[in-house]
Write a protein that binds this ligand. Structure first.
Ligand SMILES: C[S@@+](CC[C@H](N)C(=O)[O-])C[C@H]1O[C@@H](n2cnc3c(N)ncnc32)[C@H](O)[C@@H]1O
Length: 260
């Protein structure tokens, strides 16, 4: 089973507290509302069958499911067993959860087809090389029934998340643009919503201290090592260059792929 380093960082609660405070709630919820709209549009015979790939602790899952009527069943897939256990505990009381799978996308063997296959910000971890990545993109399609919809939420190449990095952390086949062109080349219908996802950095920019800056560096570079002061200064320079009115815009693309 893949070990995902990001979750290891959960030991450092400061990383997450800082990030959640940073993100603009209204931007995130307008993304959630867009996704809910897409879920609602899907026509299904009987209850809508949904799977959330890499649901984490289920926060995004719950934000979406809470806004659907009751005619759905949702399966959860998440390789991190602790995260999956939290997701179950968090979702089961109020949402229609059917099965939970402690698997990666690569090791998942679905028992049925789905009307909606959803994944939010997990594509960075599916594969280490382009060939395996393409295998995962193809595999996702095989989970869908005839009228099914695949919905992928991910960052575009022009995201400030990528622009402020000191070193490239994720390969470019992770970018939204790669996924869009992959599915278009297969002749599928691909709809893209380009969304705003701002992050507040006014706190970092208004102090000479490095504490929050270094935490932010670790989040952006998906690492648990702290940057040196020299790296921190370079990172700060990039943030200063990219920010507009104390905000970075990470952006978010919702990519909707229809089988027909
Ligand atoms: C940035 S979090 C996103 C969590 C959740 N989808 C959300 O939007 O709140 C990435 C998630 O992907 C999961 N993950 C890592 N590798 C994965 C893989 N190979 N297949 C599926 N999920 C994976 C991680 O364990 C983690 O929960």
């Amino acid at each position: 089973m893949a070990k995902w380093h990001f979750w290891g960082e959960k030991e450092f609660s400061d990383v997450y507290e800082n990030i959640y405070i940073r993100s603009v709630m209204e931007d995130w919820f307008s993304i959630v509302f867009k996704i809910v709209k897409e879920f609602r549009k899907v026509k299904a015979v009987g209850k809508k069958q949904i799977v959330d790939i890499g649901c984490g602790e289920g926060h995004t899952t719950k934000q979406i499911l809470d806004r659907l009527d009751e005619h759905y069943e949702c399966d959860l897939l998440e390789p991190n067993e602790n995260a999956l256990a939290s997701a179950e505990a968090f979702l089961i009381p109020e949402n229609n959860i059917r099965e939970s799978y402690p698997r990666t996308l690569a090791t998942f063997k679905p028992e049925k087809k789905y009307d909606i296959v959803f994944t939010s910000h997990t594509n960075y971890y599916w594969a280490l090389n382009q060939k395996d990545y393409d295998v995962q993109l193809t595999k996702l399609l095989s989970f869908l029934n005839e009228n099914g919809k695949l919905i992928i939420l991910t960052l575009p190449e022009e995201s400030d998340h990528y622009r402020i990095m000191l070193k490239q952390t994720y390969p470019s086949f992770n970018y939204a643009q790669y996924i869009i062109s992959f599915y278009k080349k297969l002749g599928l219908r691909v709809e893209v919503n380009k969304l705003k996802m701002r992050m507040y950095v006014g706190d970092i920019l208004s102090t000479k201290k490095f504490f929050d800056l270094k935490i932010f560096y670790r989040f952006i570079h998906n690492t648990d090592s702290y940057p040196s002061d020299k790296e921190s200064r370079e990172f700060l320079k990039k943030i200063r260059k990219c920010q507009k009115n104390d905000y970075l815009d990470f952006k978010d693309y919702s990519i909707v792929i229809l089988k027909k």
